[in-house]
Design a protein around this ligand. Structure first.
Ligand code: ZN
Ligand code: ZN
Ligand code: FE
Length: 756
């Protein structure tokens, strides 16, 4: 074919291609290459017509792939040859109708570098303006009330663009072309400072005043992008202590927002991947290894070798951190586990006992969204909480399928909705046991159904009959499917990797309702989306007092000890100061002591007996501190825990675990040595069982899921060991391994159920 022959084709592009600078990008790209044609939005997607030589077409395709605007996500490109035209220029055609384009909604995005430079440029008309944004950055998901994504359907509808902003908005070549939140000091939102009593303070520069108040030790509620933060100066131990008291948060680490990468590096060690995550447009909190010589107050992250760090992601944050303060504690403004506050009036009611001042603004937050949290484990960045910056970006599947609503679990609730080949997971909703979170749960389901125009054919819920999400699902007039908790964990990980054949799943978790009505949580499942069999698990042990034992690991430790040794209890130093008789009576009477095979509880028991945390102040604290005691090393010695086969299922003997542990405690091993031994033994024992199951089933693909795999020592050594033994290992990197990932598994199971 003649290389200079002119051809014309039509591209139909779908994905996140609206309000993200996509049309100006295509315009410049096509013109730069010398292609003629046009671009416009339609209800089928963005339509591009291109006319030019083969070389020009080729160059366009390659640059489309590599140079698309940072916020755009192309999910499909369809291309067809069409007859040539007489045009000689490339034009943008205005949208012909208001019909919603089948595009996706962008997550909220951290301030871009262009806007940051303008923010601090004294010649710029937006100099120091806390709401500067453009098509490459700014609020999206949190300000959208309805579709199409157009200013009247966002919380920017109250602000009328001034002529200068309107001109930017209308100019296809401007960075603010169709940037819905576009604003300036003349026409956009503003900030002001309010005292505890609700009186507006007459500061000309409320941001500088806020910085001063923070340096003086005050707690300030700061309205941000997805909700309010409570801020204090992290160098001021008294201020941090006060914040802990008012928030009812004893020891759980606080996240820090720091001025820039350089300051971050003075507080934590950052790997290359952690640096990329920290500086990404999602701007999550990165849990990184804390440097011991920083001047951050001890009580910011007591007893924890990690520090949660994020960079400023709104212009307001940049301004707050540009003067006297280079770091701030920035924690969600709420009481423990309630949803984050978003509304000015609501904040002043709910937070009145907690804060000294409020830095408010008048750009409403329509949908709350907490900061996301990620951590690098085994060479990959993994989400711990997938929320602001990530939601509602879809998880893409290989095949189209029916629409399903998944209501998630109870704690760390996230809901999901599917449409065609996309799964939309909500932001972090929280623990449904409190009323505000439950209301937020219902509102989020309605909202996502509306903005993505999804009518689910099926609602999938956890088997646990007492979960509020399960109860809610049963009240809907939609066909129902109950899914076992650990089956959902298994399939969530399979869905991430598009696995569609039976695998071995090692699901190590806190608690989940089992198919037999007991509490599961230390499971080897063999299965896929259509079903599973439970092939191995820990021997179930009683949890004296149920939830009370979760808060007091020594009780769980005592229960496991008593279960193995009966009345001949060995003399364990860690138990000496506890009043053990009432617990033993509870166990003898089998009162309020549910049986569990949970791996999370086993960690609690072993940690407590080893002299670790006896009572916890936040979730998984005992396990986290016990893991840290191992100092990233596996022990020199290990035990291979025995299992017995009952009904074709390997049951891992608690006697073999606890007796081996006790002999080492009595031999005066340190907590660090015990932790190294325990982690090593788990890895060896799990790997041994996996090999047995491989022999029994012929399956060599292994999925690791469940909250316990947030333990990086366990996950890293488990992956390494299994790979050395010839397994293909799959782990989470798109959704959390904890219950924040359950909805993804529920959806995949629901879609398979409908299509089979
Ligand atoms: Zn920008
Ligand atoms: Zn303006
Ligand atoms: Fe779970």
């Amino acid at each position: 074919m003649d290389n200079h022959q002119i051809t014309r084709r039509r591209l139909i592009i779908n994905g996140i291609v609206q309000g993200v600078g996509f049309r100006p990008f295509i315009f410049k790209l096509a013109k730069g290459i010398g292609l003629s044609g046009s671009i416009y939005n339609s209800s089928d997607g963005v339509i591009i017509e291109l006319q030019g030589t083969e070389k020009q077409h080729h160059s366009f395709d390659s640059r489309l792939k590599h140079e698309s605007p940072p916020l755009s996500v192309i999910t499909s490109v369809e291309s067809e040859q069409i007859p040539d035209c007489a045009d000689s220029d490339f034009i943008i055609i205005a949208s012909q109708s208001n019909k919603s384009v089948s595009t996706l909604i962008s997550p909220d995005v951290a301030l871009c570098e262009d806007c940051r430079l303008e923010l601090f440029d004294s010649q710029n008309r937006r100099h120091l303006y806390p709401f500067i944004n453009c098509t490459n950055c700014g609020p999206r998901y949190t300000i959208i009330e309805n579709i199409p994504y157009d200013r009247p359907f966002t919380s920017m509808k109250h602000f009328r663009l001034c002529p200068a902003c309107q001109a930017e908005y209308d100019d296809p070549l401007d960075r603010r072309f169709h940037a819905q939140p576009n604003a300036c000091p003349n026409c956009g939102p503003s900030v002001w400072l309010v005292d505890k009593k609700g009186s507006k303070l007459p500061f000309e520069n409320p941001i500088l005043a806020t910085i001063k108040l923070l340096t003086e030790g005050n707690i300030v509620a700061i309205k941000g992008l997805g909700g309010f933060h409570l801020a204090v100066n992290p160098l001021d131990a008294d201020a941090v202590k006060k914040l802990r008291e008012v928030k009812g948060r004893d020891e759980k680490p606080f996240a820090l927002m720091v001025r820039n990468l350089q300051i971050a590096r003075s507080l934590v060690h950052l790997s290359e991947k952690e640096t990329v995550a920290l500086t990404s447009i999602q701007a999550p909190i990165v849990l990184a290894s804390a440097l011991s010589d920083s001047n951050i107050a001890q009580n910011v992250a007591p007893g924890n070798d990690r520090l949660g760090i994020m960079l400023p992601y709104t212009p307001l944050h940049h301004l707050l951190l540009s003067a006297d303060l280079s770091t701030l504690v920035m924690t969600s403004a709420n009481y423990s586990e309630e949803p984050i506050c978003i509304d000015n009036d609501e904040a002043q009611k709910r937070l009145t006992e907690m804060v000294d001042y409020y830095l408010l603004h008048n750009r409403d937050i329509y949908l709350r969204s907490d900061d996301s949290v990620v951590m690098e484990i085994a060479g990959g960045i993994r989400p711990i909480r997938r929320s602001r910056g990530y939601a509602p970006r879809p998880i893409l599947l290989q095949n189209k399928g029916p629409s399903v609503l998944a209501v998630g679990a109870e704690l760390k609730n996230v809901i999901g909705l599917s449409k065609d080949d996309k799964i939309f997971l909500s932001q972090h909703i929280g623990d449904l046991e409190n009323l505000e979170a439950f209301e937020f749960f219902q509102m989020t389901i309605q909202h996502l159904q509306r903005i993505f125009e999804i009518e689910p054919e099926l609602v999938v819920h956890d088997l646990h009959p007492e979960y509020l999400s399960s109860k809610w699902a049963k009240d809907q007039n939609i066909p129902l499917l109950g899914v076992q908790h650990h089956h959902a964990h298994l399939v969530a990980c399979m869905a991430e990797h598009n696995l569609d054949e039976p695998v071995i799943g090692i699901i190590m978790d806190g608690t989940g309702y089992g198919s037999d009505g007991t509490i599961w949580g230390g499971e080897f499942l063999v299965g896929e989306a259509t079903g599973f069999t439970r092939r191995a698990h820990f021997e179930p042990m009683p949890l004296p007092g149920g939830g009370a034992a979760i808060k007091a690991p020594w009780r769980t430790g005592l229960s496991y000890l008593y279960g193995v040794f009966g009345d001949n209890l060995p003399d364990i130093p860690a138990l000496q100061d506890h009043d053990i008789q009432p617990i033993i009576q509870l166990l003898d009477a089998k009162l309020n002591s549910p049986m569990t095979s949970s791996c999370g509880r086993l960690f609690d028991a072993v940690a407590a007996l080893s002299g670790g945390r006896q009572e916890i102040r936040y979730e998984a604290q005992a396990a986290i501190e016990f893991m840290q005691a191992a100092q990233n090393k596996l022990g020199g010695d290990f035990s291979l825990f025995n299992s017995v086969i009952i009904n074709n299922t390997h049951v891992i003997s608690m006697e073999s675990i606890i007796k081996n542990l006790v002999s080492r405690i009595l031999a005066k091993k340190t907590q660090g040595q015990l932790s190294q031994w325990f982690h090593f033994s788990l890895v060896k024992s799990f790997s041994h069982l996996a090999r047995l199951l491989r022999e029994e089933t012929g399956i060599a693909k292994i999925v690791l899921s469940g909250g316990v795999f947030q333990n990086r020592l366990l996950l890293e050594s488990m992956i390494q060991n299994l790979e050395e033994n010839g397994f293909q290992v799959f782990t989470h990197s798109q959704v959390p391994t904890n219950d924040g990932g359950i909805a993804l598994g529920q959806i995949a199971i629901g879609r398979k159920f409908l299509s089979s």
